[in-house]
Every structure is written in structure tokens, then in C-alpha cells.
Write a protein that binds this ligand. Structure first.
Ligand code: HSE
Length: 442
């Protein structure tokens, strides 16, 4: 590969960037703009310059070189500054990020944001404002960090009939589940290690209970299906109740447990419906998602014409996320020169299928009295609720037995009714974990 010739069309005037926030991602972006500036100018014809940076503290060392006067604590002044052409928002949270972004758009400035929480709750409002004003609103970094997934969904797959997207979109939980699977550690030990490595926060709720993945699922579903899905539409279960026994059962069935964001487009009685959920899932070891280890992320896309696709990489961290922001920044700068902007294509409000009506195969473990006729009484409960058993194994546990089974695809409400009735059977000691299964779709 030869280096491209410097573009004859290289503009004299730099595109001036106002950066809101200079934490992990913001500081990485400043470093990347410095090291990649020449190469970007040669390849894309845009010269990027970080002109103003809004921070909370002027004294904190961020490990980046910035000229005197660039740093300020006044984010609104950065947005309003006539010497700022493009705004990058990496402060996170709903306010003041939302208001700052709307102000930037109103001033005709393209915006790049990594803010999943804001997009998953107010994405439509921001997208409508950007479309009306004719400026870019780009957010590649908001989902799965450095992995390009937003642009492929929005542009490359714009004509594709995407039927399902399944993602490992939270690195912290993937790290914890990988440790439990490969080292046999408990959930608590793996969480403590994730915290000591800086993956998990001191309060890990957003990651381990699936809120972070849920926000990303809402954004993915909106773009994959061209319809508006918000964070509140996403059903979520976390990984905090996954036990070493679940991990071992999965392994004995040639599966691994992963926290998945699952987005499906389905036909309902009144037209297209969207099902979006985040939960631990048993994934067959042969499935490409099963090989996604440690804190890596991956997004698996299924389309009618294109077939299966998988996008894999670093879902967090300053440099990978900064790289995604930088790509958007180059795109927005090129568009600004052309007087063009990308269409977001989130569409109208989605018809959400309630979790009770969503379907999946399920794994269940049931501790029972070990005597003749027990299996028949259990099978009867499944039959009563129309839940079909696909496979079943029994193992002895002292005087009792554990039955481990996988069902065919079943409706959530039917499965829950089955479990309620199983718990009432005198021969059932305990119904343990109930985990949805990928790949046993029939
Ligand atoms: N905390 C997230 C993760 C990264 O563990 O993947 C930011 O969304």
C-alpha cells in the first residue's frame, strides 16, 4: 500500500473542533488528532484542530498537550464560540449534554457524541433537530466503543432486511463471565477482579444488571430496523445471579453463558413489531459469539440477503472509543465542506412486543425427588402450558436428582406459568436458573 498523495483540494482553513469533556475518551481524541492530523489531511482533505476544550477542573492533569487558553470550564461558551465549527460531546449523562447538543445543532454545527444514555432516551429529538437544521449528528462511539457498527447499520445495511441483531456489548460482564468459565471463579471473585482492573465501577449496577447493554440495544434496534426504540422498551436481566453450577451445566451441554443484547424484527397481528431484550444466554460453543472472550465486544447481524455478519473489537477504553469519535469527526468535517449531512433514519415509534409474548428456547434446572413417576408429573406441566421439551438429562445429587432440560422455542409467559406450576409440585425441591438459549430455535 502506498501513502496517498496529499490532496490538491486540501483546504487552507482547519475545521475547528470544540470538545466537551476531556476524560478518558476526550484525552485520547486530543492525542489521536495530534498524531493523525497530517495523515487525515492527506487522505481526506480536512485539517482538524482542537480549538476549545470544556472541562470541569482546569487543574487536573489529563496527559495531553493543549495550547494556553484552550481549556475552559464554560461548555456553553465552547458551543457558542464562532471559532468552533464542530462540537464533540464526551461528557456523558442526560443534562447538560442534551441542551448543549441542541444548542450546537441550532447554531448549525455538526455534533459527534459518544453518549449512549442520551441517545437511548432522547435520540429522536436530537436526530429531528439535526435533520431539520441539515447538520450531522454522528455517534459511532456510543455503541461498542471502537467497533464500527453504527455506520454499517445506518449506511452499508440501509437496503438490507435485517431480521435479528445479537450483541455482546458490555465488556465488564463479558470479562466476568469469561473468568467464571475459564478459571472457575465465583461471580463475586470475578467482579472484584474486574473492579481492580478498572473495568467495573465501584457501583457495578449499570454494567452487571444490563442497563448499559440495554441503552446500546435500544440504539442498535432503532438503526437496524429503522424505527424508534428507547431504553425503557428494553427488557433486561443481569448476570449477578449466574452461578458456577450454571456455567458448568452450560459447559456440559457444549454452551457458554454470555450477556446478550437481542434485537428482533417480527411480524405481529398489526404489522412489524420489535422485540428487544438483554439477558444472560446459553450460546453454543460453535457460534461465533461464543469465542468472544475477556472484555471484547461483538455484534452479530442476521440479514435476509447478506446472511450472517459479525463485528468484533474493543468495546471500551480511551483509544478505541477515541478512534470511533475521530472517524465521525473526519466524516462530519468532510460533509461540512461539501455542505452535506448524513441521514439518521431512526423512523417512527416502534411497535414493541411485550416480553411475555417474546419467544426463545429455555434452559432449566430442576431439583426433584428421585422416584418413579416424577418425570411424568414434570412432563405433564410442560404439556399443559404448550412448552415442548427438546432435550433432557438427569444427574444424581444424593437422594435426589437434578433434571437439566432445554425446551424448544417457547413463549415467555407460557414458560413462566410452567415454572410456577413446577414449584407447586410436591416432587420438586427447587427450580434453579432459567436461561434463554441461542441456536435451538426450532
Ligand atoms: N462499561 C461499559 C463496558 C463500557 O463495560 O463495556 C461503556 O459503555
Amino acid at each position: 500500500v502506498t501513502e496517498p498523495e496529499p490532496s490538491a483540494a486540501r483546504p487552507a482553513a482547519p475545521v475547528r473542533v470544540g470538545l466537551l469533556g476531556c476524560g478518558n475518551v476526550g484525552a485520547a481524541l486530543v492525542g489521536l488528532v495530534e498524531t493523525r492530523r497530517e495523515a487525515i489531511a492527506a487522505r481526506s482533505g480536512v485539517d482538524l484542530e482542537i480549538t476549545r476544550v470544556a472541562v470541569r477542573s482546569l487543574t487536573r492533569d489529563r496527559g495531553v498537550k493543549l495550547a494556553d487558553g484552550v481549556l475552559t470550564t464554560d461548555a456553553a461558551a465552547v458551543v457558542a464560540d464562532p471559532e468552533v465549527d464542530v462540537v464533540v460531546e464526551v461528557i456523558g449523562g442526560i443534562e447538560p449534554a442534551r441542551e448543549l447538543i441542541l444548542d450546537a445543532i441550532a447554531a448549525g454545527k455538526p455534533v459527534i457524541t459518544a453518549n449512549k444514555e442520551l441517545l437511548a432516551n432522547h435520540g429522536a429529538e436530537l436526530a429531528a433537530a439535526a435533520d431539520e437544521k441539515g447538520v450531522d449528528l454522528l455517534f459511532e462511539a456510543a455503541v461498542a466503543g471502537g467497533i464500527p457498527i453504527i455506520r454499517p447499520l445506518r449506511e452499508s445495511l440501509a437496503g438490507e432486511d435485517v431480521t435479528r441483531v445479537m450483541g455482546i456489548v458490555n465488556g465488564t460482564t463479558n470479562f466476568i463471565l469469561t473468568r467464571m468459565t475459564e478459571e472457575g471463579t465465583t461471580y463475586a471473585e470475578a467482579l472484584a477482579e474486574a473492579q481492580s482492573l478498572g473495568y467495573a465501577e465501584r457501583d457495578p449496577t449499570a454494567d452487571v444488571e444490563g442497563y448499559d447493554a440495554g441503552a446500546k440495544a435500544a440504539i442498535i434496534a432503532s438503526l437496524a430496523f429503522g424505527t424508534r426504540v428507547v431504553a425503557g422498551d428494553v427488557y433486561h436481566e443481569g448476570i449477578s445471579s449466574i452461578t458456577a453450577a450454571d456455567i458448568a451445566s452450560a459447559a456440559s451441554l457444549d454452551h457458554v453463558i454470555k450477556l446478550l443484547a437481542v434485537c428482533e424484527r417480527l411480524e405481529g397481528p398489526d404489522g412489524a413489531e420489535v422485540a428487544v431484550r438483554v439477558h444472560p444466554a446459553m450460546v453454543p460453543v460453535q457460534h461465533p459469539l461464543a469465542g468472544v472472550r475477556e472484555s471484547f465486544n461483538a455484534v452479530f447481524v442476521e440479514g435476509t440477503a447478506v446472511g450472517d455478519l459479525m463485528f468484533y473489537g474493543r468495546g471500551a477504553g480511551g483509544d478505541p472509543t477515541g478512534s470511533a469519535v475521530l472517524g465521525d469527526l473526519v466524516d462530519a468535517a468532510v460533509n461540512l465542506h461539501k455542505g452535506a449531512h448524513a441521514t439518521i433514519g431512526m423512523g417512527g415509534r416502534a411497535q414493541i412486543r411485550p416480553i411475555d409474548d417474546q419467544q426463545s428456547p429455555f434452559y432449566l434446572s430442576i431439583d426433584v425427588v428421585d422416584r418413579p413417576g416424577v418425570l411424568r408429573s414434570i412432563a405433564e406441566v410442560f404439556e399443559r402450558h404448550g412448552v415442548s421439551i427438546r432435550s433432557l438429562e438427569q444427574e444424581g445429587i444424593g437422594d435426589a436428582a437434578r433434571i437439566v432440560m432445554i425446551t424448544h422455542r417457547a413463549r415467555e409467559a407460557d414458560l413462566q406459568a410452567t415454572v410456577t406450576d413446577l414449584r407447586d409440585l410436591p416432587t420438586v425441591h427447587r427450580v434453579g436458573s432459567i436461561i434463554r438459549v441461542v441456536g435451538a430455535e426450532g
